[in-house]
Design a protein around this ligand. Structure first.
Ligand code: NAP
Length: 316
């Protein structure tokens, strides 16, 4: 038995029977996304059975249909040991119009309620609910862990309501974990969007570059989600590497990873003009978040340093 096939390192055997002994049946929403694709691949590589909950017509026996805000019959989750809920409209994909902000919020709040109500009926062992460090708002240079209160701003409000929407599952006695994820560094996502610019030598820090970025490699994100499926952690858990970096350090590390200089700087005013409100909450926000609960529970990061994470994320 090995760890997740693609991570290149073994999960500790002490992680117990769900990870290694029995085969789990896991239902996953958002299975086609950056994290979902990697998670499903990892679970299936280890022989677990995955049911993808898709918003379109199911394409085969391994898919079931659901609609965020609609109903998800308990029968869809019958016999399922665990649910991982990763669905939600992209946060940095488009300019935040009032209409798109509604889509960001509703896709998560209503989607989570739909999943939580089905979980409350079907009673799997655990619901791992996607969440985000956006919960903490702008933390400046201050380090925060899971004991920190919700911050202010649009995203902090969305994450607070998103987590609250899982109440039916918790009230039914199911173990619910909120995977408060930082910036995921893998092939695709943020790195995928930045790479063309950096490869042309057009990468640069954002604003003054002093804002903190709390990131996690995609391999560690998958390993941490699997760690949460097992064990007994519940409530909020930060999925971020133990060493956040400033935007200036991140920019240097990404430039080094692609072997190009990154001498430019994108002024905050230009970002505000191009990105609108997302400039403050996405590009310029400072978040120095620590994975206190994961570390206390004995989770070991494969990529604790951003240089190694970016080397993997940019390798072809
Ligand atoms: N990637 C990051 O850096 C990061 C950081 C913090 C938190 N997160 C959170 O973790 C979760 C998964 O992230 P990800 O990067 O894998 O996301 P992603 O690549 O954008 O994929 C999300 C998936 O959600 C589904 N989806 C898309 N639009 C939707 C809508 N309007 N309503 C409901 N579902 C929709 C899609 O799956 P189907 O088409 O298969 O339904 C999509 O593949 C998200 O909730 C995200 O906010 C991600």
């Amino acid at each position: 038995m090995g760890g997740p096939g693609h991570t290149g390192y073994r999960l500790p055997d002490s992680w117990g029977p769900l990870a290694y002994g029995g085969r789990m049946r896991v239902a996953v929403t958002g299975a086609s996304g950056l994290i979902g694709t990697a998670l499903v691949r990892s679970l299936e590589a280890d022989g677990h059975r995955v049911v993808r909950l898709v918003r379109r017509q199911p394409a085969g026996p391994r898919e079931m249909s659901w609609q965020p805000g609609g109903t998800l019959g308990a029968e869809a989750l019958a016999g399922v040991d665990a649910v991982v809920h990763l669905a939600g409209a992209g946060i940095g994909d488009r300019r935040w119009s009032a209409a798109y902000k509604r889509v960001i919020r509703e896709s998560r709040v209503r989607g989570t309620r739909t999943v939580a109500e089905a979980v409350a009926q079907a009673r799997p062992r655990v619901l791992v609910c996607g969440s985000a460090i956006g919960f903490y708002g702008d933390t400046g240079g201050r380090e925060v862990d899971e004991t920190a209160p919700a911050g202010s701003g649009f995203l902090a409000g969305v994450v607070r309501d998103w987590e609250a929407a899982a109440a039916p599952a918790r009230e039914a006695g199911v173990r619910v974990v909120f995977a408060r994820t930082g910036l995921v560094l893998g092939r695709g996502g943020l790195v995928g969007r930045l790479l063309p610019l950096f490869r042309l030598g057009l990468g640069g820090r954002l604003g003054d570059g002093r804002q903190w970025m709390s990131w996690i490699s995609l391999d560690d994100e998958v390993a941490a989600l699997r760690f949460l499926l097992d064990g007994d952690l519940e409530g909020p858990v930060n999925l971020t590497a133990p060493r956040p970096v400033t935007n200036a350090d991140f920019t240097r590390a990404l430039a080094r990873a692609v072997g190009r200089p990154a001498v430019l700087a994108v002024p905050g005013a230009a970002l505000r003009l191009v990105l609108g409100e997302f400039a403050e909450e996405g590009a310029l926000i400072s978040q120095r978040v620590l994975p206190r609960r994961l570390e206390e529970a004995g989770f070991t990061f494969g990529h604790p340093e951003v240089t190694a994470a970016l080397a993997t994320a940019t390798s072809t």
